[in-house]
Design a protein around this ligand. Structure first.
Ligand SMILES: Cc1cc2nc3c(=O)[nH]c(=O)nc-3n(C[C@H](O)[C@H](O)[C@H](O)COP(=O)(O)O)c2cc1C
Length: 197
């Protein structure tokens, strides 16, 4: 059997009464059933993420970047991850500030790693959030996965913690197959030679 890669699934919303953990929990279940990953779920609501950043960009500061104590566990899990799934709602045609702040406090932790998306929201299903995330992650030299999970009108499209659409597990498998392929390819490449960022 091929090597399992560490997949970190990030719950991007921290709002009171949020739906994000429901989506993340179902996505994690699909990923565990898939079998290609060691799956971890990180909830940004449990992380200290100040909006005010240090003077220098994390791109240039390396390990000495002065992050708050309450961010250490997040940083170490991002560092060890070989693949990510960002679970994001749509807030005003974009993604939540909590997710942007978590991304901006890091740089090398994303570089040359694959990132997939599971989005939800109103009619657009988080489409605008994902478009913005793809743009941001390109700056960090991450590789975004084409096939995503998108749940429009989740308030009627989900019941008892699961999407009602019977095709949803199949879409999840496609995403996870692509993510596993990229995780293997990019992990091997990072081991062979340092990424020229
Ligand atoms: C500040 C805010 C802005 C929102 N803007 C949009 C939007 O532009 N498009 C959309 O489809 N849904 C929008 N929604 C609805 C959210 O997608 C929906 O409330 C979702 O549950 C939010 O995710 P959460 O429950 O994990 O916080 C917005 C919700 C909030 C709180």
């Amino acid at each position: 059997m091929s090597k399992k890669h560490t997949l970190v699934i990030i719950v991007g919303s921290t709002r009171e009464g949020r739906f994000g953990p429901v989506v993340a929990s179902w996505v994690a279940e699909q990923a565990r059933q898939h079998g290609g990953f060691d799956v971890e779920v990180v909830d940004l609501a449990d992380v200290e993420i100040p909006l005010s950043l240090p003077a220098v960009s994390p791109k240039f500061a390396g390990d000495s970047y002065p992050r708050p104590e309450g961010m250490a566990a997040l940083t170490s899990r991002l560092e060890k991850a070989a693949a990510f799934i960002l679970v994001t709602p749509e807030y005003n045609h974009s993604y939540p500030a909590s997710l942007k702040a978590a991304i901006d406090w890091h740089f090398t932790q994303w570089t040359a790693k694959p990132v997939a998306f599971a989005s939800y929201g109103g009619a657009a299903g988080g489409r605008h959030a994902v478009l913005h995330l793809e743009n941001v992650l390109t700056e960090l030299h991450a590789v975004t996965i084409r096939d995503g999970l998108m749940f429009p009108n989740y308030f009627t499209a989900w019941q008892d913690g699961r999407p009602l659409d019977p095709a949803a597990p199949g879409y999840a498998k496609t995403l996870l197959d692509q993510l596993a392929w990229w995780a293997a390819a990019l992990s091997a490449a990072r081991e062979t030679s340092p990424y020229p960022a």
